[in-house]
Design a protein around this ligand. Structure first.
Ligand code: NAD
Ligand code: UD1
Length: 335
C-alpha cells in the first residue's frame, strides 16, 4: 500500500515526502514540474537514502492519473498540486480555476473509480478572508478576496460534499498559515517563481543581494510596531503535521478542516530582525504604503490540531530564518 503525493516535488510537498519516507511510508510522487524540477528527487534521495517512485503527470490528464492508480495500490492521497500566487490568480482567474479546481476534480474522479477514499488536501488560511478576531478558529466564517482563495474554498466545499454523500470517505483540509524556512540540510527549500511577493522569500532575496531592500507594506496597523502580524510556521513542522493528518484520516471517516499554524504572530519588523540575526548582517528596509487586500493580523488557534492530531509546531522564528538563510546560501540560484 502506498501514499500518493501530488505536487510532491514542490516546496511543501518535498518536505512532506522526506517526513513520509522517514516515517516508513511507501510513497509515489506525481508532479508536472510546473513549479519544480527533477533535481528535487535527487535531493529527497540524498536526505533519505531512498529514491521515491515518480511519475511526471499533470493532474488534469485523466488517462495518466488512471495509469498511476492502475499500476499501484494507493491507500491515500496527499494533494498539494496547484497554482499558489495570489496576484497571478487575479490576472489569470480561469487558469487558476482550471488547474486548481478542474485538476482536483479529475483527481477525485480517478480516486473514486479506484475506491481510494482517503485524502489530505492543502488548503490555506486565506479562506478566512478578513477574520473578525485572532486567534482564528476553524469554525470562523469563510470568504475569499481573490481567485486563488476561491479555488481553495471551492475544493473544501466539494470535499465536504463528497464525505456527506459517501460515508466511506475520509478527508481532511489543512489550512496552512504562513509556511517558511527549509530542511536543515539546505538541500530542499522554497524557490520562488520570479520575484517573490511573500515576505520571507523577499527578505532572503535581499540577504542574497538580489534586491536592495525589503519593502515594508504599512507601519500604521493597530499592532505592536504598526506592521502586519502573521503566523509563520517552519515547513518541516508543517510537513510533520501532514504525517499526523494522514494517520488521522486513515483511522477516521468523514470530513474535517484543521489549522496548521504555531499560534504565535510576528510582525514584519520582527521577522526582518530575526533574519538579520540569522545571516549576521543588517538588511535594508523601507516603509511603504499598505498592500491592497492585506489584513493587520492573522494567527491560528492550534487547539483543534493538538486535540485531533496530537500535533503542534516546535520550531521558532529564529530556526525558521536560520534554515531559510542556510538554504539560500547553499542554493543561490535555486535547486
Ligand atoms: P509549489 O508550487 O512549490 O508546489 C506545488 C507543486 O505542484 C509544484 O511542484 C508544481 O509543479 C505542481 N503542480 C502544479 N500544478 C500541477 C498539475 N496540474 N499537475 C501536477 N503537478 C502540478 O507550492 P507549495 O508552496 O508547495 O504549495 C503546495 C500546496 O499548498 C498548494 O496547493 C498551495 O496552494 C498550498 N498552500 C501553500 C501555501 C504557501 O504559502 N506556500 C500556503 C497555503 C496553501
Ligand atoms: C499571502 C497571500 C495569502 C496566502 C499567503 C501564503 C496576499 C494578499 N495574501 O498572505 O492569500 O495564503 O500569502 O502564500 O497576497 N510584506 C511586506 N513586504 C513584502 C511582502 C510582505 O511588508 O515584500 C508583509 C505583508 O504586508 C504581510 C506580511 O508581510 O503583513 C506577510 O506577507 P506575505 O508573506 O505575502 O503573506 P500573507 O500576506 O499572509
Amino acid at each position: 500500500m502506498s501514499i500518493l503525493v501530488t505536487g510532491g516535488t514542490g516546496y511543501i510537498g518535498s518536505h512532506t515526502c522526506v517526513e513520509l519516507i522517514n516515517a516508513g511510508y511507501d510513497i509515489i510522487i506525481i508532479d508536472n514540474f510546473y513549479n519544480s524540477n527533477i533535481r528535487v528527487l535527487d535531493r529527497i534521495e540524498k536526505i533519505t537514502n531512498i529514491r521515491p517512485k515518480f511519475y511526471e503527470v499533470d493532474i488534469l490528464d485523466k488517462d495518466s492519473l488512471d495509469k498511476v492508480f492502475k499500476e499501484n495500490d494507493i491507500q491515500a492521497v496527499i494533494h498539494f498540486a496547484g497554482y499558489k500566487a495570489v496576484g497571478e490568480s487575479v490576472e489569470k482567474p480561469l487558469a487558476y480555476y482550471h488547474n486548481n479546481v478542474t485538476g482536483s476534480l479529475t483527481l477525485y474522479e480517478v480516486m473514486k473509480e479506484y475506491n481510494c477514499n482517503t485524502l489530505v488536501f492543502s488548503s490555506s488560511a486565506t479562506v478566512y478572508g478578513s477574520p473578525k478576531s485572532c486567534p482564528i478558529y476553524e469554525d470562523f466564517p469563510v470568504s475569499t478576496t481573490n481567485p486563488y482563495g476561491s479555488t481553495k474554498l471551492v475544493n473544501e466545499i466539494i470535499l465536504e460534499d463528497l464525505c456527506k454523500c459517501d460515508e466511506n470517505m475520509s478527508i481532511l483540509s489543512l489550512r496552512y498559515f504562513n509556511p517558511i524556512g527549509a530542511h536543515e540540510s539546505g538541500l530542499i527549500g522554497e524557490v520562488p517563481n520570479g520575484i517573490p511577493n511573500n515576505l520571507v522569500p523577499y527578505i532572503a532575496r535581499v540577504a542574497n543581494k538580489q534586491s536592495e531592500y525589503v519593502r515594508v507594506f504599512g507601519n500604521d496597523y493597530p499592532t505592536r510596531d504598526g506592521t502586519g502580524i502573521r503566523d509563520y510556521i517552519h515547513v518541516v513542522d508543517l510537513a510533520k503535521g501532514h504525517i499526523a493528518a494522514l494517520k488521522y484520516v486513515l483511522e477516521h471517516k468523514g470530513y474535517d478542516k484543521i489549522n496548521l499554524g504555531t499560534g504565535n504572530g510576528y510582525t514584519v519588523l520582527e521577522v526582518i530582525k530575526a533574519y538579520e540575526e540569522a545571516c549576521g548582517f543588517e538588511l535594508a528596509y523601507e516603509i511603504q504604503g499598505r498592500r491592497s487586500g492585506d489584513i493587520a493580523e492573522c494567527y491560528a488557534s492550534t487547539k483543534k490540531a493538538k486535540e485531533l492530531l496530537d500535533w503542534e509546531a516546535k520550531y521558532d522564528i529564529k530556526k525558521m530564518c536560520q534554515d531559510s538563510w542556510n538554504f539560500t546560501k547553499m542554493n543561490p540560484d535555486g535547486i
